[in-house]
Design a protein around this ligand. Structure first.
Ligand SMILES: Cc1ncc(COP(=O)(O)O)c(C=O)c1O
Length: 412
């Protein structure tokens, strides 16, 4: 829990323009009311079980456990959520909140497009107008998600400023909100941004940890030794970690995007590397990848959803306390772990989630077969087919794309 002004230790807060003060006052009030209303959480759980396949299963990865010869590996299957990722947990919760606040339009930023698709889906279900801001680079690499957002009725605005990725999309969404705050709610996609967003998003995502804690005891008989999650802004990690925070024997491991390698400058590791420093941007204080003048640096990752300069203030605080360990996985390692998981378990993790698999696979052999580890599989890899096929240099896929290109060119 943050203090009264939204700080987790020295991190977080709410650095917002004066024009948004009244909007944030209403937002804080509405969130405070639902947080203390048990009927709201019951309504949320009911919606998630009838619309989004909750509780999601915990799958024993028997083949990989045998192959690596150490701990029993369990996978929390957030890919089986409606729209294919954990993003639905947060978005549907915020949808219920927006309905209570009486607003009629939602906006959101998106990186990989999963949060955008989830928000557009929620808007279609609740009858809200919807605008999604997405960096132009992400629009190009996540075209299937852009297609679905538009089909779901959302307007997708490609953002051409800065590095044309997630941080630029967040800036554009804030600019929209400042102009349209009376009618509009900003559905922040992760546990970042000004207070109360980190607290609000972590609250909705806690459903992952609540379920996983019960499931591992039912299926394995005891708590896991370690829990792994990838970290972009940090929402899927905070979701599962909250189920185990009060069990100090459970080690919590966050895995960031190591991109081309931590010494190359082409990565998005804020806490696993030493390049980040404390700063205030996008409405909150955290560790940012920035230069000595406070200019945000360009980040790189094969996984669009991890390609972000900041990180949750809650996770920075837990890291400083030594409660969460941070590691990084390179793009190359991610492709190898994805390949192993697909071939041995018949499960296709998203590129983002595959970062958590890399670290878990590296460490499973250090533990004994009567211990368990959990990997939070934040989403499914279908959206990544273009990137994955390209990385594997799949010749028949390449032929297929070239033929499709010719077909489209002929139509013109
Ligand atoms: C499948 C998936 N996993 C993880 C992330 C990273 O976000 P977070 O760190 O908030 O869970 C994203 C972001 O788009 C995503 O799409």
């Amino acid at each position: 829990m943050p203090n009264k002004i939204g700080y987790y230790g020295e991190w977080g807060g709410a650095f917002i323009p004066e024009v948004l003060h009244e909007t944030f006052r209403e937002f804080n009030q509405a969130f405070g009311a639902v947080r203390h209303d048990p009927t709201f959480w019951a309504e949320y759980c009911d919606l998630m079980s009838t619309y989004s396949c909750r509780p999601t299963p915990l799958t024993h990865a028997e083949n990989m456990s045998k192959k690596l010869g150490g701990a029993q590996i369990f996978i929390k299957r957030e890919d089986l959520n409606h729209t294919g990722a954990h993003k639905a947990n947060n978005v549907m919760g915020q949808g219920l909140l927006v309905r209570r606040m009486g607003k009629k339009r939602v906006i959101a930023e998106t990186g990989a497009g999963q949060h955008g698709v989830a928000t557009a889906t929620m808007a279609a279900k609740f009858g809200f107008a919807c605008t999604i801001y997405m960096g132009e680079e992400d629009v190009n690499r996540q075209r299937p998600n852009v297609f679905w957002m538009e089909k779901l009725g959302a307007e997708v605005v490609p953002v051409t400023s800065g590095s044309k990725t997630l941080k630029d999309a967040i800036n554009a969404a804030f600019r929209d909100w400042v102009t349209n705050m009376d009618s509009t709610h900003y559905v922040m996609g992760t546990v970042c941004g000004p207070h109360p967003f980190p607290e609000l998003v972590a609250w909705f995502q806690s459903i992952i940890g609540i379920e996983a804690r019960k499931q591992i005891v039912t299926q394995f008989g005891k708590a896991p030794s370690r829990v792994y999650a990838c970290v972009g802004g940090g929402s899927n990690a905070m979701g599962i970690f909250q189920g185990f925070l009060d069990q100090p024997a459970v080690e919590l491991v966050g895995v960031e995007a190591g991109g081309d390698g931590l010494t190359t400058g082409r990565h998005a590791a804020r806490l696993a590397a030493t390049d980040a420093s404390a700063g205030v941007a996008q409405g909150y204080k955290t560790m940012f990848l920035q230069d000595s003048d406070g200019q945000m640096q360009d980040t790189h990752s094969v996984a669009a959803g991890l390609d972000y300069v900041g990180v949750s203030p809650i996770l920075v605080d837990l890291w400083q306390q030594g409660r969460v360990r941070f590691e990084a996985a390179t793009d190359r390692e991610v492709m190898a772990a994805l390949d192993e998981t697909v071939k041995n378990e018949g499960i296709i993790p998203a590129l983002e989630s595959s970062h958590a698999f890399v670290q878990a696979y590296k460490e499973a052999g250090q533990l004994k077969p009567d211990e368990a580890i959990i990997i939070n599989m934040s989403g499914r890899g279908d959206k990544d087919i273009f990137t994955i096929a390209n990385a594997f240099q799949d010749p028949s896929w390449k032929r297929f794309i070239i033929e499709k290109g010719k077909e489209y060119a002929a139509q013109k």
